[in-house]
Design a protein around this ligand. Sequence first.
Ligand code: FES
Length: 170
Amino acid sequence: MKIEEEFQIPCPKCGGNQYRIPENADDDSLIECDKCGFTASLQDFREHGLELAEKTDFNPYRTKEPRFIDIPTEEKNRKIQANPACGHLICRCEMVTEEEIRQAVRAGATTLDEIKFRTRAGMGRCQGGFCTSRAIQIMAEERGVAPQKITLKGGQSYILARETKDSLAG
Ligand code: FES
């Protein structure tokens, strides 16, 4: 889905102020708060008096950060000193750090597939067998939602159903 424009409107739930409007959006199109996941149609926003204002400083071009594994050792050490999450490997196969996953979520990734495409976490030899649960936990923390709310690719593609102890209890 191509992102055509970004608008700043307050989220009625969390107060976040950034929504992305897909190209060809109409009144029935659903838009989702990047911060808390609150979703409503454009029409709902209009009916509740929420005005859409074009984000004047929106830049459709994003520069790609070099992968942590590719930067020189001295720079790696400096970053780890400043932020220990830079030295915490989540995906061993693709050498993806906790901070890279957190940055991907802050940049707009809302599903596990989006994390995979942005960071390569889960694309390695074990195909996410080791890192998927840890990536989900980080995504849930960043978004302030329960891990069960994280999806593979949006919609109803939930990865977790319930906590393991709940399953054992029947
Ligand atoms: S640890 Fe991430 S793909 Fe293997």
